[in-house]
Write a protein that binds this ligand. Structure first.
Ligand SMILES: NC(=O)c1ccc[n+]([C@@H]2O[C@H](COP(=O)([O-])OP(=O)(O)OC[C@H]3O[C@@H](n4cnc5c(N)ncnc54)[C@H](O)[C@@H]3O)[C@@H](O)[C@H]2O)c1
Length: 323
């Protein structure tokens, strides 16, 4: 039995879908917070609820009694922890939300993992922990150079997992995904933002003049990899980048989207935003060696799939924040 936290979110939703396809029983938790459209999150949950093996609880994981209760009621073999406050820019506006939803939530969850002797635990950290470096690609041994509070909270989570779960029998994986994109994506991230603004014929703001590079990684690759990891018992804590290792400039990504849509996008170039990384480019050598996953989706194919989904998706108004 799997526990998926943040199952109404982008990656948690895809992870749950994949596990259900593979006939696993899942308990999913999400507080359906309003960082982006609550109705969009509800829509993802309604999709998951079509499968009888999915049980959903709406509650806040920063409340100790909630976390304790769920572990009392179910015997989980695997816990995959996605629930978090993501986003770089928002971390300047609302740092408290990052402390509560990243640090406090992870701390409470880890206590229950220890107490209930959970067999497998996967924690979704982030490539943001690395910040900018002089040498690329970045491997798992590179130093932390966090550029924003979001990244700092993820580092705190990684450290507390290492400390609190030391000398336990839990098989622990800390994953560091790089710029995940795909169908049912996050409306605060570039690709879906781009598509929904184009749809409404609006101008798209491009920061840092589109010169940043991103190691875009297709969501279906990400969850297939996590699935393989969730089946691999390892007594040693394993930290892994999850990335396609094929960075592309934002300007070139926009050109690809324009070509697929056969439409010129209205752009407005702006300066770099505080806290954003110049380049994300990870090494996936360790990951490939560890689970022998090779077939990363190319950005071209991934964008084709995402745009195909977007065109079919009927409730595009859900991408607009509704509180
Ligand atoms: N999307 C990416 O490119 C990316 C890259 C690196 C790391 N990550 C990490 O992967 C994880 C999933 O990211 P995502 O893109 O799916 O984000 P998301 O915002 O779509 O999903 C996170 C979900 O967690 C829920 N949540 C937040 N706080 C909660 C709480 N206190 N109690 C219960 N539920 C809570 C939210 O409502 C949301 O549905 C996050 O930990 C994120 O930091 C994402």
């Amino acid at each position: 039995m799997y526990l998926i936290t943040g199952c109404a979110g982008f990656i948690g939703f895809h992870m749950s879908k994949l596990l259900l396809k593979k006939n696993h029983k899942i308990v999913g938790i999400d507080n359906l917070n309003s960082y982006y459209s609550v109705n969009y999150k509800k829509y993802r949950i309604s999709e998951l609820k079509k499968n009888k093996n999915f049980t959903f609880y709406k509650f806040d994981l920063s409340q100790k009694k909630n976390v304790e209760k769920i572990f009392l009621n179910y015997k989980f073999t695997n816990v995959i922890h996605f629930a978090a406050q993501p986003g770089v820019i928002y971390s300047y506006k609302n740092p408290k939300s990052y402390y509560t939803n990243n640090v406090i939530v992870t701390d409470l969850l880890v206590d229950q993992i220890k107490k209930n002797k959970i067999k497998h635990f996967i924690f979704s950290s982030s490539s943001s922990v690395y910040g900018d470096h002089k040498k690329y690609p970045i491997n798992e041994n590179f130093k932390f150079r966090p550029k924003n509070y979001y990244a700092r909270t993820k580092i705190t989570c990684e450290k507390l997992i290492k400390k609190k779960l030391k000398n336990t029998n839990t098989s622990i994986k800390i994953i560091r995904p790089f710029t995940v994109y795909g169908p049912y994506g996050r409306p605060d991230m570039l690709i879906l933002k781009l598509l929904s603004l184009i749809e409404r014929n609006k101008t798209v703001k491009i920061y840092d003049f589109g010169n940043q590079m991103r190691d875009f990684t297709y969501v279906k690759d990400v969850v297939n990899i996590i699935y393989l990891l969730s089946n691999k018992i390892d007594r040693n804590l394993k930290i892994l980048n999850i990335c396609a290792s094929r960075p592309i400039k934002i300007n070139d990504t926009i050109l690809l989207v324009q070509n697929i849509l056969n439409k010129k996008i209205k752009l407005r170039y702006e300066n770099k935003r505080k806290g954003e990384m110049k380049i994300t480019y990870g090494s996936n050598k360790e990951l490939i060696k560890y689970i022998k996953f090779k077939k990363f989706t190319t950005i071209k194919n991934g964008l084709h799939e995402t745009i195909k989904w977007f065109k079919k998706f009927k409730n595009k108004n859900l991408f607009i924040k509704i509180k």
